[in-house]
Design a protein around this ligand. Structure first.
Ligand code: ATP
Ligand code: LTN
Length: 335
């Protein structure tokens, strides 16, 4: 029987956070043995908000090295850079023509980001979810591991696949999100009502996968809690709830177990232990990352092979799409 397909992507819009890791990246390697996997670094998405070109280039390689350091195996998964496969932008164009403005207007990530970057809102930020649908549908993905914040975008990708299939005949697989019940939305350490985000201007709001031990320790110590001085997991103590979620995600202990463990203990002891857990989890990743990031030749080899493999599959889908919408096939001699 044919293997099912998994696809996901992360933007190289900054250094990756513990939220990116718990919500998305740490799940990626779990699929490698049973599924045909495609993991991309979505640089076309990243330029929908202002980027400094040399930082974008650096962050793209950093995300690639972190993919590998977190266990992605290039012999099993296709790992590539989105802008190397031109089919993404081309399918996005076709999908734009079957997307309703009203649907895009309802997207909460667009609303949030347009508020945040109110001086430089561009059309790309508005059509961002259509490009994401193209990423997914080009590879006929069945499953898309993401954090909770991407659920609405996944719904749009499904909707566009169904609409295209109904209009032109069966073309795309209908993708499902893979979102875990714990850890799918890690919140800011400074404001537990908003999600931890790599583009937060407050550095204390997030932990980076590449933060050193002291920084991790300090950031956890400074994380906002409350004055109840009692360890519990509820919606009144949101800061603490978020820290317990992080603890639970990294240890596989249930939240009730953690509350029980710290019953007669203070926040200080809980935070010390949590910082230790995060440091122990990130230490091997950072070690492997350091080796990889200094080997530019190896990284180039990985993304070159990835681009060739990805393009093969993407082109196959795009050719079908172009034919179905009525474009004249390109003659062999100019392919
Ligand atoms: P930006 O701040 O630039 O918008 P981001 O940190 O939100 O970026 P993305 O690159 O857009 O991250 O997301 C990559 C993956 O990480 C997505 O699957 C997303 O759902 C997941 N993710 C991002 N932030 C969190 C979080 N705080 N908790 C859980 N998952 C997250
Ligand atoms: N939109 C996602 C990043 C992203 C993605 C994808 C995730 C772009 N294309 C395809 C999964 C599949 C985000 O903002 N986190």
């Amino acid at each position: 029987m044919d293997k099912k397909t998994v696809l996901s992507g992360i933007q190289p819009s900054g250094s990756l956070t513990l939220g990116n890791y718990i919500g998305a990246l740490r799940n990626f390697s779990d699929f490698q043995n049973e599924y045909e996997c495609y993991y991309c670094i979505v640089d076309l998405h990243a330029i929908t908000v202002p980027q400094v070109p040399k930082d974008l280039r650096k962050n793209t390689l950093e995300v690639l090295a972190l993919y590998l350091a977190c266990g992605l195996n290039p012999d099993k998964s296709t790992i590539f850079i989105q802008s190397h496969v031109h089919e993404h932008a081309e399918l996005a164009w076709v999908l734009n023509t079957i997307t309703y403005m009203g649907q895009l207007n309802r997207m909460t990530q667009y609303k949030d980001k347009s508020r945040k970057y109110n001086e430089s809102i561009n059309a790309g930020l508005f059509t961002y979810p259509v490009l994401m649908a193209a990423d997914i549908l080009l590879y006929q993905a069945d499953l898309v591991p993401v954090g909770e914040d991407q659920r609405q975008h996944l719904e749009l990708a499904r909707d566009l696949a169904i609409r295209f299939n109904n209009k032109y005949s069966d073309t795309f697989s209908i993708p499902e999100p893979f979102i875990r019940s714990t850890g799918s939305k890690i919140m800011s350490l400074q404001d537990p009502s908003i999600k931890m985000s790599k583009s937060d201007p407050d550095k204390n709001a997030y932990i980076l996968l590449l933060d050193d031990k002291d920084t991790i320790y300090k950031k956890i110590k400074r994380a906002v809690t409350d004055s109840e001085n009692h360890i519990d997991y509820n919606d009144r103590q949101l800061g603490l709830k978020n820290l317990i979620d992080i603890f639970s995600s990294l240890t596989d202990k249930r939240t009730e177990e953690i509350v029980e463990m710290y019953q007669n203990k203070g926040y200080g002891e809980f935070k010390d232990d949590l910082a230790e857990i995060i440091i122990d989890c990130l230490e091997p990743i950072q070690r492997r990352y350091k080796e990889l990031i200094s080997d530019k030749e190896y990284l180039e080899k990985i993304y070159s092979i990835g681009a060739i493999k990805a393009e093969r599959k993407a082109n196959n889908t795009l050719r079908k799409v172009y034919k179905k919408v009525g474009f004249v096939p390109k003659p062999d001699m100019i392919k």
